[in-house]
Design a protein around this ligand. Structure first.
Ligand code: CA
Length: 235
């Protein structure tokens, strides 16, 4: 990234906003802080940020409503700050489609890590799943966080979705388990091998349920995983 990514922080409590600003700036981000939804919308219209950190409990408008208004203008990445468990339920239940959330009280350093992960994920992902000319039975819909396989909608967990989306970037390229863990998980686990393997196993079973004869995900023993470069047009 050439320019510093600009993060719009919408948070009415100055103490929290200060802590967020400090840690994000020290991680190399440019931070704009707005205390109300109205100010945030005005700023958003003036200059589009690379990512929005959005408090759910704002004085003038609910963070959820603000989120919808922001998203109506385009697919900006959003990380919610939530204070109550019912808010978390709504974010997680997420027909909303936010990129991530973090519950208060939180460590600003963890927030910075999440911001970086979401930016990496959203900026690296192409709008179309496969390179031109490569036949793929997969259709990725980032806005809805959905992937279709041979026309059927896959019912994927958050991590299965993340893994498949990553593999779809470059069919044929081998991703190591560490790479997958680093790119897909918000907080990478120390021992990543078994976790990644387990999710791949479930993902593969879901793909097999639709096309039993197709090996869409290839295992490279001792190395990692890739997506098959071409799958048959009809399973
Ligand atoms: Ca608040």
């Amino acid at each position: 990234m050439a320019a510093k990514p600009r993060i719009l922080v919408v948070e009415d409590e100055p103490g929290i906003a200060d802590a967020i600003r400090y840690v994000l700036e020290s991680h190399g981000f440019e931070v704009t802080w707005r205390q109300t939804g109205g100010d945030a919308l005005a700023d958003f219209a003036r200059q589009r940020p690379d990512l929005v950190v959005l408090d759910v409990g704002l004085p003038d408008i609910s963070g959820f409503d603000l989120f919808r208004q922001l998203r109506a203008t385009g697919d900006v990445p959003v990380i919610f700050l939530t204070a109550r468990s019912d808010e978390i339920d709504r974010v997680v239940g997420l027909e909303l489609g936010a990129d991530d959330y973090i519950a208060k009280p939180f460590s600003p350093r963890e927030l910075a890590a999440r911001v970086r992960t979401v930016l990496r994920r959203t900026q690296a992902a192409p709008a179309v799943a496969a390179a031109p000319g490569v036949a793929t039975p997969f259709v990725l819909d980032d806005e809805r966080r959905q992937i279709r396989y041979y026309g059927q909608l896959l019912d994927l967990s958050r991590y299965e979705f993340g893994i498949l989306r990553l593999l779809l970037r470059h069919p044929g390229r081998v991703y190591t388990r560490e790479e997958i863990m680093y790119q897909v998980w918000e907080v990478p686990e120390v021992s990543s091998d078994r976790t990644v393997d387990t999710h791949i196993k479930v993902l593969r079973a879901k793909l097999k349920a639709i096309a039993p004869a197709v090996e869409a995900v290839c295992t490279h023993r001792g190395v990692g995983y890739s997506l098959a470069e071409s799958c048959p047009a009809v399973p």
